[in-house]
Design a binder for this molecule. Structure first.
Ligand code: SF4
Length: 107
């Protein structure tokens, strides 16, 4: 049986950064793709708002091309909303299957 290590205790006297808060969460990664992106469409997207809205940094650019990694997804869904309304509607978003995904630790 594999036990996940406990996250480090936060200093309650200081507010946590977004990165620190996300770092406290636990993830059970779903091998089934729950977010897919038509990255061919992304080439025509000038604003690329997905790069700025995701606190887990699921989306980034490599040599000018959009790439994504859903392992740290906190299931916010903001990427799909901004992509639909400001981008090019290239994200197909759903929640991970039951028992997979993020477990918030309320950091
Ligand atoms: S906002 Fe949508 S279309 Fe634009 S780069 Fe991001 S995923 Fe692609």
């Amino acid at each position: 049986m594999f036990l996940m290590p406990e996250p480090p205790k936060a200093d309650a006297s200081k507010p946590l950064t977004v990165d620190e808060r996300v770092g406290l969460d636990r993830f059970e990664f779903d091998e089934e793709p729950f977010i897919t992106v038509d990255t061919d469409v992304c080439r025509t997207c000038e604003t690329k708002p997905c790069l700025y809205v995701c606190p887990s940094k699921v989306y980034h650019l490599e040599k000018g091309a959009l790439v994504y990694n859903t392992e740290g997804c906190i299931e916010l869904g903001a990427c799909a909303i901004v992509c639909k309304h400001i981008g090019k509607d290239a994200i197909h978003w759903s929640y991970p299957r039951g028992s997979y995904g993020v477990e918030f630790r309320f950091g």
